[in-house]
Design a protein around this ligand. Structure first.
Ligand SMILES: [Cu+2]
Length: 345
């Protein structure tokens, strides 16, 4: 079943490569047309909140619709637990299936993907079945309710990475016109995914091309399955724009691909702390990716998973201290996806 998922992702990646190539040419034309217009940031402001009465985790977005092109997401975590904001492009097949079922797209996604994930995860989290059986059950359930999730697949388009409670992070990605679903799959103490508890929203990217320009990076990161995280340039105190290029993408044994997270550490030579952070980041382990990162680790944002060939820009705000770039994969050390660094006083 990993093979199926992997093939799906590779197919999606190939399609994205095709789309991004065509968009490259479209973008050149549009730039000429809009060059005399003033630039704007094409900003979506998102606030993560918690409704204590009903135990709902929510994204409050200042808009449900935005023009296409470079789009910046300002993600304010106003709740008591950690969150992120991952963006998936909804395939046309899902839009058609929702229409055929006479269901709103968001409901159709919830029933096709979000609910099956939670329903099949429950017995595994309770220790009643093993991981392999959970994955088999999950694939069967999603194939029945939301087959478009595997074929043609919903390409991940990045979005603000892990952001600690009380923190704000900012990430820019390029979005083409279409329908998108955004979610957070951090879990609560009952092993329930935030997406299942309300953190699932729809964003429409319109045909209108925004005048927002591609951000100018201060430093670059490249991530790939073969070389891991490669950092070019030194982070400095203050605001820094970090370009992240996804050279490729693949599927790891937690069924997801790689991404780049920025974490502030009380001491980045503390191996026990780093081990506990790695352990915490793995959603597929019961007890992990629950509520808040371990004491001594504070997530500052990053970029969620993207298809190979994609670029995201992280708007980081550094202060003196210890940090690491880390991918949310089960064994980031072996994959060369853990890079510690220090911003001097
Ligand atoms: Cu969350």
């Amino acid at each position: 079943m990993f093979y199926t998922i992997k093939n799906t992702i590779m197919y999606a990646a190939m399609m994205m490569l095709f789309f991004s190539t065509t968009q490259l040419f479209a973008g050149c034309d549009d730039e000429n047309v809009t060059s005399s217009e003033s630039t704007n940031e094409n900003l979506v402001e998102v606030t993560a909140t918690h409704n204590h009465e009903e135990n709902l985790h929510l994204f409050e977005m200042d808009t449900q619709s935005i023009s296409s092109g470079w789009t910046t997401f300002e993600f304010k975590n106003a709740s008591h637990v950690d969150h992120f904001f991952v963006i998936y492009k909804v395939p046309e097949a899902a839009i058609e299936a929702a229409k055929a079922a006479d269901e709103p797209l968001l409901d159709h996604w919830f029933q096709g993907v979000t609910e099956p994930f939670q329903v099949e995860f429950n017995p595994y989290a309770a220790g009643e079945i093993g991981y392999g059986e959970f994955v088999d059950n999950l694939v069967a359930h999603v194939s029945e309710k939301g087959p478009w999730f595997f074929d043609p697949g919903a390409p991940p388009m990045g979005g603000p990475g892990f952001t600690a409670d009380g923190k704000t992070s900012k990430t820019t990605v390029q979005l083409e016109p279409g329908e998108y679903i955004v979610e957070c799959y951090v879990k609560d103490e009952n092993e329930q995914f935030h997406s299942y508890l309300g953190m699932l929203e729809q964003l429409t990217v319109t045909d209108e091309q925004s005048a927002a320009e591609e951000p100018e990076p201060d430093m670059n990161i490249t991530i790939s399955s073969t070389k891991g995280i490669e950092v070019n340039g030194n982070p400095e105190n203050g605001s820094q724009v970090v370009e992240v290029f996804f050279e490729d993408q693949t599927s790891y044994n937690h069924l997801l691909g790689h991404n780049v997270q920025l974490v502030k550490l009380s001491d980045n030579s503390d191996q026990e702390l780093i081990e506990s952070v790695i352990e915490w980041m793995n959603w597929s382990k019961p007890g992990s990716l629950v509520n808040n990162a371990p004491q001594g680790a504070e997530f500052m944002g990053g970029t969620m998973e993207m298809t190979g060939g994609s670029t995201a820009y992280i708007h980081a705000d550094f202060e003196p201290g210890d940090y690491a770039w880390i991918a949310e994969i089960p064994d980031p050390v072996s994959a060369n996806m853990l890079k510690t660094f220090t911003i001097p006083e």
